[in-house]
Ligand binder design. Structure first.
Ligand code: BGO
Length: 271
């Protein structure tokens, strides 16, 4: 059985280092169709049934950059069997912004908590068990530069695919938004596949035109979605996109508070 694994992560998270470690010389480099964004694909060293698709380095899955659009189209339309989310553990807070979005797509996610050597060197501690439980995905510590953990990440990813495990997005938005999202989910039911309906409802909530164009929705459905979004905006007195972004940051701050202890915390003084 051939398995498709996608590598996603922020620029400089160690994605290329991990990709090279996993694939060795078995790589094909080209461009994504129609755009001059580099496309790298390879086969896992020692098991050529495992195809590894390297995605461009990205911070988010917004519609505003070519790299992000290429990545999200691949993840949502081509549907790899599993995503390996490469996170720079020494910059975990910033990197989790993408993670919150990857876990909404409906494809299982395994997190490679990379650059863990730097975290250890700094004397910081990340509770990977808590992180895994909180985010609802497997977390494996890695140091791609030293070749540590890459095999474990791949093994976890393959195990998840073979067991047909799904990760449920545990990242909840506040009640009002969750209500709006479930109303949108109902309205678009049957128009998108079940596994991706959360992703689509969030994108529709954000009025993401690129995604709206991909799914043919009648004028009536569009109007229903617009009235759900507008009434939530009214209640929360903010625009839909900012509402989602701010809630992601608030959620990440809570995750960090729960799972990360920094040796050198910036201390607040009263003087
Ligand atoms: C340079 N640990 C540590 N300590 N470093 C790592 C790890 C890790 O686990 N993984 C990767 N790196 P990319 P993207 C560099 O290139 O794979 C390092 O953008 C340098 N180069 O070696 O390129 C990796 O593909 C000169 O560092 O990331 C690389 O995601 C001085 O992180 C950098 C210092 O990795 C980015 C570092 C000329």
């Amino acid at each position: 059985m051939s398995i498709k694994i996608a590598l996603a992560g922020n620029p400089n998270s160690g994605k290329t280092t991990m990709f090279n470690d996993l694939t060795g010389s078995s790589q094909y480099v080209g461009n994504w169709p129609g755009v001059t964004v580099e496309k790298k694909e390879g086969k896992l060293k020692g098991n050529h049934d495992i195809i590894i698709q390297d995605l461009p380095g990205i911070y988010s899955l917004s519609p505003y950059s070519l790299e992000e659009v290429v990545s999200r189209n691949y993840l949502v339309n081509e549907k790899p069997d599993v995503i390996i989310d490469i996170v720079d553990a020494s910059n975990i807070e910033r990197n989790l912004y993408l993670t919150t979005q990857l876990t909404e797509i409906g494809v299982p996610v395994v997190m490679a908590l990379n650059m863990i050597d730097i975290v250890h060197k700094n004397g910081d501690v990340i509770d990977t068990g808590k992180l895994s439980k909180t985010l609802g995905c497997e977390v494996v510590e890695t140091s791609a530069l030293k070749g540590i953990g890459s095999k474990e990440v791949i093994d976890k990813a393959i195990e998840i695919v073979k067991a047909n495990k799904k990760n449920s997005p545990l990242h909840p938005f506040s009640e009002k938004i969750e209500n709006a999202l479930s109303q949108i989910e109902k309205v678009i039911s049957g128009k998108v596949d079940d596994e991706s309906k959360r992703w689509f409802s969030i994108k529709f909530f954000e009025r993401d035109e690129k995604i709206m164009e991909q799914v043919s929705l009648s004028a009536d459905i569009r109007n229903q979605i617009e009235s759900i979004v507008a009434s939530c905006e009214d209640e929360l007195d903010d625009d839909a996109e900012s509402i989602i972004t701010n809630e992601r940051y608030a959620y990440i701050a809570k995750v960090i508070d729960k799972c990360v202890s920094k040796k050198n915390k910036t201390k607040l003084t009263t003087s």
